[in-house]
Ligand binder design. Sequence first.
Ligand SMILES: [Zn+2]
Length: 361
Amino acid sequence: MFDFLSTTLSRRQPEQQSGETNQLMWQWLEEGVLLLEPILLEAMHLETQSVANRDVQDQPLDSVLLSVGVHGNETAPIEILNRIVSDLMSGDLTLKVRLLVMIGNIDAMIKGERYLELDLNRLFSNQQFSGQHAKFTDCAETQRAKQLEGIVSSFFDQAENGRRFHFDMHTAIRGSHHQRFALLPYKESTTGQAQGVYSRTMFDWLGSAGIDAVVVNQAPSGTFSYFSSHYCLADSCTLELGKAKPFGENDLNQFEGINLGVRNMISQGMPLNHDESNTSCVKVYQVTQQLTKLTEDFQLNFNDEVKNFTSFQYGEVLAQDGKVTYQVEQPQEWVLFPNAKVRPGLRAGLMLVQVNKETLF
Ligand SMILES: [Zn+2]
């Protein structure tokens, strides 16, 4: 049996590209992309008339996409996912969902970089620019975005009636007042409300997996999770799970919550019933303003070391860009991903407000 990570790192195709264990069928779809399906699924198709299988048919399998390494230097989730794949292959972990696992930016991962030419997590198609990658000069990353989109679309097309989930797992460089948090992509409203409705099941699961906070985006973006949410109708999120470190230097104990959460989800499927017992401490934020770097004069008005989710009070100046001043417009705002070193025209930070979690559903 091949090792998913070392095979991907070696840039060689595995000798065998598909196979079967006692419980699952696996298929190497592309470099760093593996599809795993429980054998039960095939039995369901063959025995659709069987009364004994009726329970199974009533609950179609969930389809789950787990992506890691979209930023190549964020290694802890890659190591965690690789162990999960090994345990599935050996039969130590049961598979009860259709599972697609992928390592995003392999070239960057090999070099230990976030990305080489362009940030892969800005290149996915979105509603504003259909085929976002078409706007950028062709490079390995635009091609990878296009390739992953195709694979993900056909994976979810084949999901039939089951629920669809996508967890894109990252780690951050900057310190954070919330160690682990989720970013929910913008969702169009279909009911005239200000925003679309998010999955309560996913929110409950995030709480049970040790996520401290959830941030709701207010606009389409070129992220992987926006793509799968908007185009594949998956319940998706980007997970920020702790500090980014090189391979071998991660303290995987710090990732135990998400590791166990993912293992439970894979081996039992997502819960069917609402259970908010783990979500009482989860804070919910939404984006209230973006700090856009307009010119090279852009300067943040705070220390470079400031942590994510540091709060600012009404009127405080956040950044200066020539004659443009960004300041806090709400009684209190929290900063996320401040970075003055981006190219002009790009996002140099987000400001958040806290909202009641019930506004999500
Ligand atoms: Zn990342």
